[in-house]
Write a protein that binds this ligand. Structure first.
Ligand SMILES: [Zn+2]
Length: 423
């Protein structure tokens, strides 16, 4: 394990030093909130669909899979999916990753979570055919291409979580909206090859080809053993003997329905003895750098009800980080592996990393946080859908931006190395 970590560190450094980015061009709108069904319609259909799929799956549960993570050479990881709960409401997936590091040495357990923003694996069919995500996938013929530059970072953590913004479907009835995303089910391999262990799936693009496309995508997650949280469907991911619970809501559907999902999700996860709870929220206004009242309301609500970390997305650009009652809120993680725009004008993004420390099964109050500045593309003039750690001045500039945006939210700020320096 140590050897592995050292190797990975080296890889990161090599990548960091070899990367250079310039500015960016052309502005284009990104992900419109048009023509979505009403909150009630969406939500009620969402939970019933989830239930149906869960039932189907539960017959074929307890299958052992080869995990997603490449870094498992020394740790023989096993994923086990079990659908719990017999009520007609939301089901919970439990995923286990066994690690030899689950130590008997001390009562101290450290869990490092990495979080990144919008991953749209696919494109809008109206996007330029020569440079869209489909073209890149065809050109590279290798799902590992996309997260290659960030995988060394994701491999070293205990769980990586991204926002899955789009659908995996073959359906052809595109929702009447400005942007609608779909990709092939095989694209999920991109995340698996990149050492991403879980996704949030509650956003304004998860039904871009109708309710059926939402179901298709979930079916693929289940089939490929990708843990996901979506509206009333919560997830528990197990690592190092700890249970990481996840809830995902779409604040754009309405604040009160999202609050209900958060409240019931947290209650359920606590009942299942989750050691740590992460709430993902899709909320805010696109291309704005400050959170709006809805984002703050939902994030504070989640922490008031017991969330240990809130991860935000939807603005497609970075926003600040707030410490609220000893938990952190990352208001917007921006785009990440984002097929929704062939050349986003603002390519700055980051990986947010937090290490949670348990002593004798009790979560300690710590502030072990780091942001890793990145660009959504390894090419400055176009989106080549390959998020890449930033270096040098570019990295400093991104950290400074996050500091600037965080200033109005409290005391959080990060040093040059990306580590938190005040909170
Ligand atoms: Zn969105």
């Amino acid at each position: 394990m140590r050897k592995k970590i050292t190797q990975n560190k080296k890889t990161v450094l090599t990548r960091l030093t070899s990367f250079l980015i310039a500015g960016s061009i052309i502005a284009a709108p990104i992900c419109a909130v048009h023509a979505t069904p009403t909150a009630t319609q969406k939500n009620s259909s969402a939970s019933s669909e989830t239930t149906q799929t869960a039932r189907k799956d539960s017959s074929a549960s307890t299958k052992t899979t080869q995990t997603i993570r490449k870094g498992s050479s020394t740790s023989a990881k096993t994923a086990q999916t079990t659908h719990k709960g017999s009520s007609a409401s939301a089901k919970t997936t439990q995923t286990t990753k066994k690690s030899r590091r689950t130590s008997s040495k001390s009562s101290l357990t450290k869990i490092t979570i990495s979080a990144a923003g919008d991953c749209t694996l696919g494109s809008d069919i109206k996007s330029p055919a020569s440079v869209n995500f489909y073209a890149k996938y065809r050109e590279k013929k290798n799902p590992s291409y996309f997260l290659k530059k960030v995988k060394p970072i994701f491999k070293r953590d205990d769980m990586t979580l991204v926002n899955f913004e789009g659908t995996l479907t073959n359906r052809t009835t595109r929702a009447p909206k400005t942007f609608a995303f779909k990709g092939n089910a095989s694209y999920l391999k991109i995340l698996q090859k990149g050492s991403v262990e879980s996704v949030s799936f509650a956003n304004n693009h998860c039904r871009d080809y109708g309710e059926g496309s939402y179901r298709d995508t979930i079916k693929t997650f289940r089939k490929q053993k990708m843990p996901f949280a979506s509206y009333g469907k919560t997830t528990i991911y197990k690592t190092k003997g700890k249970k990481i619970g996840m809830v995902a809501v779409n604040g754009l559907d309405g604040i009160s329905s999202s609050k209900n999902y958060i409240k019931s999700g947290l209650r359920k996860l606590k009942k299942q003895k989750a050691d740590l709870i992460i709430v993902s929220m899709h909320c805010g206004i696109e291309r704005t750098y400050t959170p709006n009242a809805d984002q703050k309301t939902l994030a504070h609500y989640a922490i008031d009800h017991g969330a240990n970390l809130v991860l935000g997305h939807h603005p497609h650009v970075l926003q600040g980080i707030e410490k609220y009652k000893s938990a952190y809120i990352v208001y917007s993680l921006a785009n990440f592996c984002f097929g929704g725009n062939t050349n986003p004008p603002d390519k700055d993004t980051m990986i947010y990393q937090q290490t949670f420390v348990f002593q004798n099964d009790k979560l300690k109050k710590t502030n072990r946080i780091k942001i890793i500045p990145c660009s959504v593309s390894s090419s400055s003039g176009i989106n080549n859908y390959q998020p890449t750690p930033a270096t040098g001045k570019k990295a400093t500039k991104i950290i400074q931006r996050v500091n600037r945006y965080s200033k109005s939210l409290g005391k959080v700020s990060f040093g040059k190395n990306g580590k938190i320096r005040s909170y």
